[in-house]
Design a protein around this ligand. Structure first.
Ligand SMILES: [Fe+2]
Length: 401
């Protein structure tokens, strides 16, 4: 199968092509024929939130996403409301409990706003589930068809870290707005004059935080069960500040669309940001979602305009002569990055620009990254220290450091 054929429907609808995806998310060619668990790409990031009706407004107004589908009591779903939003190839599904016994409410009570499901598009759900089961994974949902007037989807699900799951979706025989049970829905919300058409185009990676001592177990899970390969490894001084440390490894699917950095806390003098997450999320879960943009200056300006708050980067970061030498020439003047607090990192393949929001919910847990890649397939290793020091300043304000 050529790369062009392997574009997801969402990518085609978003008018992305292979070259754009190589640049945006580091897409690579690979032979799916020898992959025991072929994954085409992301299907959806599915959230449990405290108030999906209001979150749907936030992701439209602040993140520039577009409402495309809905399920709820009006469509026969008595348990919860569900809003489906898109930006480029990115799909978010926001679930909020309606009935007091809803599992969405239980998930939210335990974890706060967070990801319940990192759903992946696969060409063969049955083959993936069979392979996963043979490798000892917990199969949460057996492969089955769901149909409506738009066609048929085949679905199955396996358990991942904590209460997170991976639903596997084959939507090749379906052309509805999301899944059977959902109806198309648009919104009366209108973007401000001059706002960009899209603030971000694609999902780059989702980071999972797991318990102390269990990172390698989860790396092994993604290697063995899902056929992912290891991309990079950060241990020790690379990502330690004077006070806290973590360990991180990155796994990716064959074409590198789906990248999962996995963190575990490492012993430091004070409570690390991973420890803080694990305490307030009450266990392992998704820590941040990195959203790819091809114009991070415009993205950040649009988000700031709508009140989204980012971690501050100290001026000393930009004035450091070592940094200036390390990063060399980038496409924008460093002053423009400094004005917005955008971080820059370079490796042997190129460079990347990145910035991190403050936590988006009430708990100090889930946040977003925005990333603009220029050849680099990394994750901003050179920025980890500066970033963690910024997070520690926020932790200190919260009394969790
Ligand atoms: Fe990241």
């Amino acid at each position: 199968m050529s790369l062009q054929d392997a574009l997801t429907n969402e990518e085609r609808l978003a008018e992305l092509d292979v070259d754009a995806l190589k640049q945006l998310v580091g897409l690579v060619e690979y032979d799916a024929g020898s992959d025991p668990f072929p994954v085409t790409g992301w299907d959806a990031a599915v959230w449990a939130v405290g108030n999906a009706t209001q979150s749907a407004h936030f992701y439209q107004s602040a993140f520039g996403m577009e409402l495309v589908a809905y399920s709820g009591p009006e469509t026969g779903n008595r348990d919860h409301v569900s809003y489906v939003l898109k930006s480029g190839a990115v799909r978010f599904v926001l679930n909020g409990g309606v009935h007091p016994d809803s599992p969405v409410i239980a998930h939210h009570a335990k974890h706060g706003d967070g990801l319940t499901d990192i759903a992946l598009e696969v060409p063969d759900v049955d083959a993936c589930i069979e392979h996963a089961r043979a490798q000892g994974a917990t199969v949460l949902v057996e492969p089955h068809d769901e149909s409506d007037e738009h066609g048929t989807v085949r679905l199955g699900a396996v358990a991942a870290y904590g209460d997170t799951r991976h639903t596997l979706v084959d939507r090749s025989r379906y052309d509805g707005p999301y899944l059977p049970g959902y109806v198309a829905r648009t919104s009366s919300y209108r973007k401000r004059a001059g706002a960009p058409k899209r603030v971000f185009q694609a999902l780059d990676h989702i980071v999972g935080n797991v318990e102390l001592g269990r990172m390698n177990e989860w790396v092994d899970f993604y290697n063995r069960v899902m056929g992912f390969t290891n991309m990079a490894e950060f241990i020790g001084d690379d990502i330690a500040t004077d006070y806290s440390a973590l360990m991180s490894k990155v796994v990716a699917n064959g074409n590198h669309r789906v990248k999962f950095p996995l963190n575990e806390p490492a012993v430091g003098k004070k409570k690390s940001q991973i420890d803080e997450y694990l305490e307030f999320y009450d266990g392992p879960g998704a820590q941040h979602l990195a959203l790819a943009t091809n114009d991070i200056l415009r993205t950040v300006d649009a988000l700031v305009e709508e009140g989204v708050e980012f971690l501050a980067t100290p001026d000393s970061y930009y004035e450091d002569p070592e940094l200036r030498v390390r990063i060399g020439e980038v496409r924008v003047p460093i002053e423009e990055l400094q004005k917005r607090g955008i971080l820059v990192d370079r490796d042997e393949d190129g460079y990347l620009l990145q910035i991190f929001t403050k936590p988006i919910g009430d708990r100090p847990t889930v946040f977003f990254e925005f990333i603009e890649r220029h050849g680099s397939l990394g994750f901003g290793k050179g920025n980890f220290k500066a970033l963690f020091e910024a997070i520690e300043r926020e932790q200190e304000k919260r009394g969790n450091f």
